[in-house]
Design a protein around this ligand. Structure first.
Ligand SMILES: [Zn+2]
Length: 145
């Protein structure tokens, strides 16, 4: 199957624009449910989303976590259990909300700084997630002021 990487990076296209590439992508990209959990299992969540790209980030915290991330809207995210086991960590502008399991220390997801209604999900915490064919985009959080 052909992969079209650039189509997702631009601004939102007009709804009535007739674009055969987007039609093909819409047909081949249906939303899927993925279950996720931290290492010890205290934190469980699930997402229902369309996977078009993954990201890495070189900001001071991401470079330490070294996670490959999937961006999902908050409406596509559900915490199943573990609210009491999640510790929040903030730094710098205190806009992004970085979470980790206070039992096993794993980072399962965070709230994004530039787009706070989105979660970044650690794909290493997702069960049965196939990342092989998904393009990975390097973002430069370290360049944000
Ligand atoms: Zn845990």
């Amino acid at each position: 199957m052909a992969r079209i990487k650039k189509s997702f990076s631009g601004p939102t296209k007009h709804k009535h624009q007739n674009n055969s590439i987007n039609d093909v992508l819409t047909m081949s990209k249906t939303k899927q449910t993925y279950s996720g959990n931290c290492h010890c299992g205290a934190v469980e969540f699930k997402i229902l989303t369309t996977v078009t790209e993954l990201t890495t980030c070189d900001c001071s915290i991401c470079i330490r976590k070294n996670a490959v991330m999937l961006k999902v809207h908050e409406s596509e995210f559900e915490l199943i259990k573990g609210a009491d086991s999640i510790t929040e960590y903030q730094f710098h502008t205190a806009t992004a909300r970085h979470y980790f399991c206070n039992v096993c220390g794993i980072y399962p997801f965070h709230r994004k700084r530039v787009t706070p209604d989105y979660y970044g999900i650690n794909i290493g915490c997702l069960a049965d997630f196939q990342s092989t064919d998904v393009p990975v985009r390097e973002t430069n959080g370290s360049k944000m002021k």
